[in-house]
Structure formats: C-alpha cells, structure tokens
Design a protein around this ligand. Sequence first.
Ligand code: PAF
Length: 280
Amino acid sequence: MKIIKKPSNIKKIIDNEKAEGKTIGFIPTMGNLHRGHISLVEKSIRECDYTIVSIFINPLQFSENEDFANYPVTTKEDIEKLSDAGVDLLFLPNTNTMSKYPFKEVKASSLTNALCGVSRPGHFKGVTTIVSKLFDITNPDYAFFGEKDYQQLLIIREMTKDLNLPIKIISGEIIREEIGLAMSSRNSYLSYKQRINASLIFKYMKQAKSRIEEGGEKIDSIYQLKKKLMFIPNADVDYVQFFDEKNLKKITKATEYGRIFIAVYIGKTRLIDNIRVRLK
Ligand code: PAF
C-alpha cells in the first residue's frame, strides 16, 4: 500500500492508473477505523480496480465545544488494517498540506435544515467543503459512505449532483457491534456501563420499527421511543425524528420507506443512529 501525504503526488498516480483504464474507488475517513469503515473498503475493492482511503480529521466540521482536540488517533493500527484489507493507496495529509491546497468553501444543501444540521450548525458545510476537496485530489469514479451518517450520505449525493461531479456515491449499510450499537469511532469514549446502556438505543429503535410496520400509530410509536430513550441512565436525547428517507421531509402517503433518526448523548458522548421502516 502506498502512503502519500502530498495532494500533488496523488494526482500523478491517479492519472497513471486512469490512463490504464482502471476505475478508482475512494473512502474518505477520519481514521480510528472500525469494521464499518472496512466494510466500505471491501466494497470498493470488490467493485473498483484501485482503492484509495484518506485519513484526515477535518477541523472544519467540528465546532468549538466539540471533540476535535480529543478525537481518537490510531494511525499505526489504521495503516495495518488498510494494508491487510488490500487498499492500494492511503492519502494521509496533515492540516498544513490540506490548507495550502486552494480552498473553496462548498455550501451544504437544504437537507441540512434538519437533524444534525440543526444540532451542529456549520458541521455539514465543513463536511462538504473537505469532501469536495478530497474528491478533487483523488478524482474517483466511485465514493463510499456509510448509512450510519445517513444525512451526510444524502448531502454528499446532492453536492455531487450540484457540482456535476462524475462520481457515483455508493452507500454501505450500518455495521453493528454484537450488542447492537452502531459502529462509530466515538464508541471508544464509552465506559463498559455506558456501552450497555447505549445498546438499548437500537433495541428500542427496532421495537418502534416493528410497531409501525405492523400498522401501529406512527406519532405515538415515535413518542414512545423518545420516552424510552429518555429513561436510559445518563442519556440526554438530542432528537428523535421519523422522516421520508428520500428527502428527510415529513412522511406522506407517497412515502415508501421512512427512517427513524436519533441522536442521544450517553454521558458526554453523542451517538447517532437510524433504522429503515417499510411503509408500503
Ligand atoms: O464521515 C466522516 O468520517 C467524515 O465526515 C468525512 C466524510 C471523512 C469528512 O471529513
């Protein structure tokens, strides 16, 4: 696996690979890699001829009171995992190199007016700005994003369309720990007891999903879910919402699949999760 730090060096390599007719798959990450990331890497390796992963903890997507300074860094282990998985190139820039590269702010779409866009103002603009820059550097044919960050996935899809980028955005399903907790780098902040409490989130979401799919009242099912989440020890519920999965708007008669979205603090750790609900 090649490890490259400078954007200009990547461009040359990719141009050569593309000249040989190879398709490029790209997975942007902030490191501290877990099975969720690796499942995206495996998907890219299956579907593309050349797979690039980036590790960059993007300062633009954290606000002042968030965990940028403490975000877990496990570069040595990450390199091992990526190399074992068969990644061709790791882009590992530092903040300096990234800010030297011409910087164009990219506005996030109207999809930011809900969920994490409300709780974390500016977050998605930080994501779209850095992802568009990473797309420019790596010039992929396919880019892979996990469904745990479902809103991010839709926003990136929309951005790609907006900017007319010839990149296909592929999603990967949520990978869960055995106790049901959605895989996230932030799970490493949780104590043993907090992990057990956090595992209730998925249990309760599954109950709400079944209730709605069996014809139960939607508003009441979501209300009951919210109440159960509020009673998890040390939990502080940021939001619980049920939206059309296509546009993050209210469920209508035309909605085929809704999704329940939650953000819950367990202690100081903010966890997000979502689950698909069939309505037709
Ligand atoms: O999902 C993430 O880890 C980040 O938001 C991303 C896409 C790597 C952009 O910094």
